[in-house]
Design a protein around this ligand. Sequence first.
Ligand code: NOJ
Ligand code: CA
Length: 544
Amino acid sequence: MTHPENSIPWWQRATIYQIYPRSFKDTNGDGIGDLNGILEKLDYLEELGIQAIWLSPFYPSPMADFGYDVSDYCDVDPLFGDLATFDALLDAAHLRSIKVIIDWVPNHTSDQHPWFIEARSGRDNPKRDWYIWRDPKPDGSEPNNWGSLFGGPAWTLDRLTGQYYLHQFVKEQPELNWRNPGLRAAMLDTLRFWLKRGVDGFRMDVVGLIIKDKQLRDNPPDPGASADLPANDLFGRQLHVYNDDQDEVHAVIREIRKVLDEFDDRCGIGELFGELPRWVRYYGERGDELQLPFNFRLIYKPWQAGAIRRSVDKMEAALPDFAWPNYVLGNHDQPRLASRLGGQPQARLAAMLLLTLRGTPTLYYGDELGLENGIIPPEKIQDPVGKNLGPARTRDVERTPMQWSSEPYAGFSSLEPWLPVSADYATRNVASQAKDTKSILNLYRQLLHLRRETPALYRGRYETLDAGASDCFIFLREFEGSGCIILLNFSAEAHQVTLPKGMRGKILLSTYLDRPGERIRKETFNGLTLRAHEGLILETELQQ
Ligand code: NOJ
Ligand code: CA
């Protein structure tokens, strides 16, 4: 007999937990998190109910963009440990049935990568064409009008060779030329290096950018651009017609996927943006590109029942049959969830939404504690975005140290951490929330375990139900006659909701963690009250 759950790939079944290694746990007292720290905290993650971790870059790097500027794709920066520590971490995670996904940065290297050092040494260097070089315009200016996401033009003049090189992030991140077969082969080999070591998948950084318009044409201005953009935000003022999402990128992604498929059961996740019909193409016409193009749509929607429901419904409708959905609500590039949504009750509701939708959820370290944006004094800003585009944009606020306990520096480190620990650490930390049965940490734990144990939640179909109240979003998840109804009240007022006639069941979980097992009788089902910002999961019996 086959066990149906075994036929589900792990990346559909798992909840992914993103770790920003610098900020998770420091074990050698230099104020910076390390791989050993992650190893130390695997028990915590296992108990929480996490089945996969994604590690932001730990490669050797000059840290101009905190590891997203890689100077060697096949090693570990000594700040974080070494390959032996990585192997130990991988083994220890696998022992706990936790999969390990690592970041892979295909669009650019560090300007200190040996390839770039060679490439910039002369126009005739064999590695010259591994990067994107162009002559200045006759007046000496940049080859085209593209802007960098991190401020200023996307081109820097290399004085030695008299040409500009392309970089859509900081100038220390020169962009690779994926049209060059030698570069392509070398980058694909870096994937094999880690696949052979046993990593389970890759999160591919800005993978939609890796192929640019062959002629590098000027981007048109964006008529809808906000008038308040900083003067140097050229990128924000353009439509990204020629630098992003080129049709030819799909052939490259199929090649990348083929490398993953040389090994069993590996998963490709892509950092991808754009309108739904274009985004959906990254699954591949026959499912031969990425298993999970990250879905960031909910991050950009107002926190309102209607907007969230429409986004989910549209995405569900746009997916081909073979494609598996996924959702992201927070990461190292976005303000903290609890701050963005306006408070802790909203953060609790978001947890229930994320962990009950159909599709793989990705959560960001610290969101399980309801961490809020850190307050970073201007002189402590580290992020190049904060430095170049203004303190209001700094991503440091979502990268503050994990809060483990009320000990000094939140138990993160014995020395002052690289970013200040948030002031609320004395009360908002793992140790104290673990003891508080109604904490958001316990809500996450219960949600994660319920999801793991409930086929309707991890694999069931999704159907929107009519809420009868515009502030509420209600949906059904169902598998082989067992169902869960999820009721989410997005407003600060209580609401009565109605459900289809004849449904019965009991409450499995409330975001308030105070009414487990409450039975809902036929009569009350049609007039069930949700408190302010309350979410409920009901178990229900359905007719087959
Ligand atoms: C996207 C990453 O998520 C971000 O943190 C990074 O700065 C850029 N790509 C550049 O690699
Ligand atoms: Ca350290």
